[in-house]
Design a protein around this ligand. Structure first.
Ligand code: NAI
Length: 453
């Protein structure tokens, strides 16, 4: 029986390994983590993360060929294939602070593998890492190898939170990069055989190591760039009376562009986009490519601009001050169907409103009050360094809001600011609300109260 061990029982390690176990009954999968509470949660009825469909997959395999354990060394030493899916946050201090990836967790994982391995291993980079990381990892492993052969593969993960299980069941592609040596290619084939249990062969792409590492950063940069592009357009729409939904629909109908990732919003969030683009920017700078670095940096700048534009719109609409005004914030995670609050635009929006002394009440069915308090107290980039405690036990009940009742209980004029363009603005206007929807023609009130950028 092939044995897989995965270091890191987080948003990627947990779901990915659960799906491999489900699809490959002939493989034993053990997920390990340095955080005991995380492993305990994976072994309980309340998993540490919320993903639609995840509970069912884990329940089907746990205790059969899927295990969660704190005994890292034992399982690493027994494994044939080791996935490393540890966090790779943005560095907060030292060289490259605020941009470069912090590879502390990765390096200590590699050193531990080198220390405890007694047989040949395939070590798979599952975490998103800077291009050329495999070279550094190879050095750490081979300098401490005691004659053991290590093959490093890059197998970046493309799942999206909120649809992780669906994405893992039907990936657009699986990417495996390896050394172009016979041993490297043999390792590529071994990993390919794992995915081939359920992914059609022509969707399993094999490349050299550097292409695989860079493709992940490039894919996230392209996705985030689309959001910043449409968000930049949303500001122009508001200034001109165009409607961003109509513009993005018309633009996306062009088959060369396509319709996905063209929704204007208060900005992208999540643990990956900003971190990976900053990392890309840093790599470009280190390679003497300042123009390329600046090009990608602009994607982040527009995202920050969109968040502050939203806050400014709220404040300016309410007579240039929200001091002591009560504001309800609906939704806090960075998108629906997840409890993950890392880099959620809600943090910047709430901090902006608090900065103007608003009284805010926040509700998200997937996020605990504790988590929200921690997020609002933290400095930028610190969120991924202390072990990030996950929101527990989500409620999945959908709630509908009685906007008429809400309106009746509010001070007038009553406002709704829609950072996702999800509410029925016409209906709310009929009730009496003043509604701001990103990139949509402005209500008369909002036109008279221009937001200062
Ligand atoms: P996470 O923070 O949820 O999980 C990482 C886990 O690794 C933590 O539980 C931590 O305790 C553990 N860990 C750290 N050092 C360890 C060690 N030496 N041995 C064992 N466990 C260790 O992070 P997440 O979101 O799962 O991301 C992991 C990697 O995957 C990152 O590089 C990220 O960029 C990448 N990625 C994340 C995606 C996402 O949607 N969250 C999607 C695709 C890639």
């Amino acid at each position: 029986m092939v044995k897989i061990c995965c270091l890191g029982a987080g948003y990627v390690g947990g779901p990915t390994m659960a799906v491999i176990a489900l699809k490959c009954p002939d493989i034993q999968v053990v997920v390990v983590d340095i955080t005991k509470s995380r492993i305990d949660a994976w072994n309980s009825d309340t998993l540490p993360i919320y993903e639609p469909g995840l509970d069912e997959v884990v329940k089907q395999c746990r205790g059969k060929n899927l295990f969660f354990s704190n005994d890292i060394e034992k399982h690493v030493s027994e494994a044939d294939i080791i996935f490393v899916s540890v966090n790779t946050p943005t560095k907060t201090r030292g060289l490259g602070a605020g941009k470069a990836a912090d590879l502390t967790y990765w390096e200590s994982a590699a050193r531990m593998i080198a220390d405890v391995a007694k047989s040949d291993k395939i070590v798979v980079e599952k975490s998103t890492v800077p291009v050329k990381t495999a070279e550094a990892i190879e050095k750490i492993l081979t300098h401490n190898s005691n004659g053991i052969n290590f093959q490093i593969l890059s197998n970046p993960e493309f799942l999206a939170e909120g649809t992780a299980i669906q994405d893992l069941f039907n990936p657009d592609r699986v990417l495996i990069g390896g050394r172009e040596t016979p041993e490297g290619q043999k390792a590529v084939q071994t990993l390919k055989a794992v995915y081939a249990h359920w992914v059609p062969e022509d969707q399993i792409l094999t490349t050299n190591l550097w292409s695989a590492e860079l493709s992940k950063l490039a894919a996230n940069a392209f996705l985030a760039q689309r959001i910043s592009s449409v968000n930049a357009m949303s500001a122009l729409c508001e200034a001109t009376g165009a409607n961003v939904s109509e513009v993005s629909y018309a633009v996306g109908k062009d088959s060369r562009i396509g319709p996905k990732f063209l929704n204007a919003s208060v900005g992208f969030g999540g643990s990956c986009f900003q971190k990976d683009i900053l990392n890309l920017v840093y790599i470009c700078e280190c390679n003497g490519l300042p123009e390329v670095a600046n090009y990608w940096k602009q994607v982040i700048k527009i995202n920050d601009y969109q968040k502050s534009r939203f806050v400014n719109r709220v404040v300016s609409s309410m007579f240039n001050t929200v001091a002591n005004k009560k504001i309800a914030v609906l939704g806090f995670a960075f998108k629906k169907d997840t409890g993950d609050t890392r880099e959620t635009p809600a943090i910047d929006v709430c901090k902006g409103l608090l900065g103007d002394k608003a009284k805010i009440s926040i509700y998200d069915p997937q996020v605990t009050e504790d988590q929200i308090q921690r997020d609002l107290a933290m400095n930028k980039f610190d969120w991924d360094h202390p072990v990030h405690l996950q929101p527990m036990s989500p409620t999945t009940t959908k709630q509908t809001l009685d906007y008429k009742k809400i309106y009746d209980s509010m001070q007038k004029p009553a406002f709704v600011f829609d950072g996702r363009n999800v509410v029925d603005s016409e209906k709310l206007r009929e009730i009496g609300f003043i509604v701001y929807s990103i990139g949509k023609p402005l209500d008369g009130w909002l036109k008279d109260m221009p937001a200062v950028a």
